[in-house]
Structure formats: C-alpha cells, structure tokens
Design a protein around this ligand. Structure first.
Ligand SMILES: Nc1ncnc2c1ncn2[C@@H]1O[C@H](COP(=O)(O)OP(=O)(O)OP(=O)(O)O)[C@@H](O)[C@H]1O
Ligand SMILES: [Mg+2]
Length: 336
C-alpha cells in the first residue's frame, strides 16, 4: 500500500492511498473468473446468433412483402390494372398496399369508362355514316331518284353528324382544359329572353304553351361567357321541345336567394324515372333504353350543359316538374 501526498500552495492538504493490484493467486478464484468469462462469451455468442437469425427472418418477411408491392407497382406501370396485393395487414406496409389497391381500382375503372366512351362514340358515329352510305349508294345505283327531297335527307344526316362531332370536340376541349371562357358581367334574364324569342315559332309549331316568369331576377348580373350561356339555354330549350308531347307546356321561371340566381326550365310529360334523373348529365346517356333516332340525339347536350355551368361555378340539377315532365334547375353566383 502506498500514500501519495496532495500539495496545495506548498502545503500538503491530503493523501491518496493506492492499494496495490492484488494478484489472483488462489486456484479457486482463478477457476471462478474463467467460468465467468466463458459464460459471458457463450451468452454473447448466443445473443448475437439469436439477433442475427431474428434479423434474417424479419428481413426475409419484409423483403417478401416489399417484393409483392414492387411486383404490383410494375404490373400497374405495364397497364395491368386487375392486379391486387394479397397484403391485408393494418401496419404501414398494409396501408401502402391498400393505397396501391385503390389506385389499381381507379385506373381499372377509368380504363373501362374510356373504352366504353370510345365504343359509344363509335356507335353514334357509325349510325349516321351508315345511313349516308346507304342513301348515297341508292342514289348512285338509281334505286332512289335524285330529287331535292333526297338531297335534303342527305344534308340533314350530314348536319346531324356535324353536330355530334362538334359536341364531342367541345367536351374533349373541356376535358383538357382548353375551352376558353371570356367572362364579363351578364344580365342573364335579358340573355334568356332573347333566346326564348328565337324559339317561339318552333314552340308554336309543336303546339306548346310557354309561360315565362323571370321578373324576380331581372337586372341581376352574373359573371359569364355569353356564347357558352347561350349554348346552355339552347340545349335546355331544345330538350324541352324535343321531349314534351305536342300540346304540352313549357315554363321558364327564375328567383334569387342566398346570393344565387336560379333559373328553372320545366315542361310537361313525358318525364324521366326518378332513379334516372342524376344520370341525365352523363355523356351519351339517354333515358330511353333504345337509342331512338327519331325522338332523340346522342345524349351529349346535358353533359355539355353541366360543363358550362361548372365553369361558371354554378350548379345544375334535374328534378320532376309539377307540370308532369322534368325541371332543370340552374344556379349561378350573383356578382355584387
Ligand atoms: N326536358 C326533358 N324531358 C324529358 N326527358 C328529357 C328532357 N331533357 C332531357 N331528357 C332526357 O335526357 C336525355 C339526355 O339529354 P341530352 O340533352 O343530354 O341528350 P339528347 O337530347 O338525347 O341528345 P343531344 O342533346 O346530344 O342531341 C335525353 O335523351 C332524354 O331522354
Ligand atoms: Mg339534348
């Protein structure tokens, strides 16, 4: 044992006593230490093996699940939208798999509706083209005499085809956001009354009684594109004439509440089944199951109306009318 003095300003203020290292000489002690060391290494090695094998299993499990997700992502990239992940866990990977499944379902639905849209358009284009082809062939072969009436019939088919292509073009422009709206303050009632004037002769021809009650929203402006709004009202009035039995009634009314201007164009029978009302604004939708060319168009008019109303931050709805037909309600925000 040795003492080491601690100096402070030439004085010894204490000692540190150091015990000499005691050598383990006793054989029993030595054996005990060796046993301890051996046990320590065994435990360390076993723990390491345990950790490594655990990590290997977890790694393998995660790799398997990530590979499944990677495979699904690759299939989606390649255009196979029917693939679904088989992971139904509630952890992070499970949630990621659910999101991928949702993405696959959306892509699959979009693909199906695009295919259906193309099939329907082709069908709509084929019909007038087939008629044109048949009629011109009949004229060429001399089966049908080349009279003014025959030329008129051809011209009306071309007109029909032209309108259809024009409507499709407009919807596709609106889809890609390329449809321009030149908005300015518009007195909507004035615009609607001008359009109603142009329809008066046709309504009289169909023996339709027109009632107009637009005074509550006279002199009220909305921000709008007059050309597009004109198209909206033409489409709605065309429908009112086309889908109202001769001798029926058409009513055009308006009101203002909650900073909104509402216009209602309604008519008498026939009407549309309640469950079909929300579908009327879908593209190429017609309420009659058979596509009767004599009574109807392609089913694009109301879809275009919806695009126009949406572009004016408005709302369009179809309801049953008290007159016995349907009532189309259009709402626009009023500008101060
Ligand atoms: N005023 C109405 N009364 C009864 N049914 C209507 C009326 N307006 C629309 N419909 C029904 O809604 C369907 C969709 O109308 P929409 O205007 O979109 O197409 P369309 O008139 O058939 O063709 P398009 O307008 O493209 O020439 C019509 O086919 C018709 O069955
Ligand atoms: Mg129409």
């Amino acid at each position: 044992m040795s003492d080491h003095p601690i100096h402070f300003e030439d004085h010894i203020i204490g000692y540190i006593r150091v015990e000499p290292f005691k050598k383990i000489t006793d054989a029993l002690d030595k054996e005990f230490i060796n046993h301890q060391l051996e046990a320590f290494f065994k435990i360390a090695l076993t723990s390491l093996l345990f950790i490594l094998s655990g990590a290997w299993f977890v790694g393998r499990y995660l790799k398997k699940r990530f590979s499944a997700l990677e495979k699904q992502a690759n299939e989606l990239t390649a255009g196979n939208y029917t693939i679904r992940s088989a992971i139904h866990k509630r952890d992070e990977i499970g949630r990621l798999a659910t999101h991928l499944d949702t993405l696959a379902i959306t892509l699959e639905r979009n693909q199906r509706s695009r295919q259906q849209w193309i099939a329907d358009i082709s069908h709509e284009l084929r019909t007038p083209l087939a008629i044109l082809k048949g009629e011109t062939e009949a004229l060429i072969d001399g089966i049908r005499p080349l009279k003014r009436q025959a030329i008129h019939s051809l011209a009306s088919e071309i007109e029909r085809l032209n309108n259809l292509v024009e409507d499709l073009y407009q919807l596709s422009l609106s889809d890609v956001g390329a449809l321009n709206y030149k908005k300015e303050p518009i007195e909507l009632v004035g615009l609607l009354e001008d359009i109603l004037d142009t329809f008066s002769t046709r309504m009289a021809e169909h023996d339709l009684q027109l009632t107009v009650d637009l005074d509550p929203c006279r002199d009220i402006d909305i921000s709008g594109d007059s050309a597009r709004l004109t198209q909206l009202f033409i489409n709605l009035l065309e429908n009112a004439i086309r889908y109202t039995n001769q001798g029926g009634a058409i009513k055009v009314s308006g009101n203002c509440k909650n900073e909104q201007l509402q216009l209602i164009i309604e008519d008498s029978a026939p009407t549309v089944a309640t469950e079909k009302l929300p579908h009327l604004f879908e593209r190429l939708y017609r309420s009659e199951s058979s596509r009767n060319r004599n009574t109807g168009g392609a089913g694009l008019g109301l879809a275009i109306c919806k695009e126009i109303v949406n572009a004016h931050q408005g709302k369009i709805e179809a309801k049953h009318s008290g007159l016995g037909g349907i009532a189309i309600q259009v709402r626009f925000p009023i500008i101060d």
